[in-house]
Design a protein around this ligand. Structure first.
Ligand SMILES: C[S@@+](CC[C@H](N)C(=O)[O-])C[C@H]1O[C@@H](n2cnc3c(N)ncnc32)[C@H](O)[C@@H]1O
Length: 192
């Protein structure tokens, strides 16, 4: 499991299965900050690098045999398209057949970022939007879209697994028909 652009995410604390090997990657200054709250362990390693840097992929591939799951949550939209392609290419090149769980924003969300109540107040801006899940297949023929859902149109069985406050939040967002919610997609893919 490799969390790309981990920030201060506590995914390991929340969903670790007690067996998986975890890597948590972010830019060096963010990993410095992260080390104030989280620590490496025999199954958990922080990596200070850019996602676009080939060296981290070679290091992970040399230490962990797979199967691999990559999770760049709220990360790729902040890169420019050539860097998004660089990340996809290095994942497909080093980890053929790996699973990729990534979120994408569509043009409606991208164009609304200056009006977003929280996103408009931070310095970082999204630099890339994804026209649809098929784009990855165009970029990397042989990739498979295993699932792809707009946040406010998740399958009922998926919503039922969420904590009740989250179910209520998703249904309230769906009722408002906000471009930022309707343009936010959760994608589960297999790399070629
Ligand atoms: C919006 S935050 C998301 C953090 C975390 N994934 C989460 O969902 O809580 C975006 C993260 O991507 C990281 N990031 C941005 N560009 C990056 C790059 N080139 N390589 C690695 N991480 C990057 C940022 O430092 C930041 O921690």
């Amino acid at each position: 499991m490799v969390e790309i652009g981990t920030g201060l995410n506590s995914r390991h604390e929340r969903v670790d299965n007690g067996r998986a090997r975890w890597y948590e990657l972010d830019l060096p200054e963010v990993i410095d900050l992260r080390r104030n709250s989280f620590a490496d362990s025999p199954r958990r390693t922080m990596i200070a690098a850019s996602a676009t840097d080939r060296a981290w992929a070679a290091e992970v591939a040399s230490h962990a045999t797979g199967p691999y799951l990559f999770v760049p949550e709220a990360v790729l939209p902040y890169l420019h398209e050539p860097d998004v392609r660089r990340v996809i290419d290095l994942l497909a090149g080093h980890f053929p057949g790996a699973l990729l769980a990534r979120d994408t924003v569509g043009p409606g969300f991208f164009d609304a970022q200056e009006q977003h109540d929280a996103l408009s107040k931070v310095e970082a801006r999204m630099n890339w939007y994804c026209p649809g899940p098929a784009q990855l297949v165009d970029w990397r023929p042989g990739a498979h879209v295993l699932a792809s859902h707009i946040l406010t149109s998740l399958p009922e069985e998926s919503v039922a697994q969420l904590p009740v406050p989250w179910q209520q939040m998703v249904s309230a967002m769906a009722a408002q028909r906000l471009p930022q919610a309707e343009g936010y997609r959760l994608n589960f893919l297999r790399l070629p």
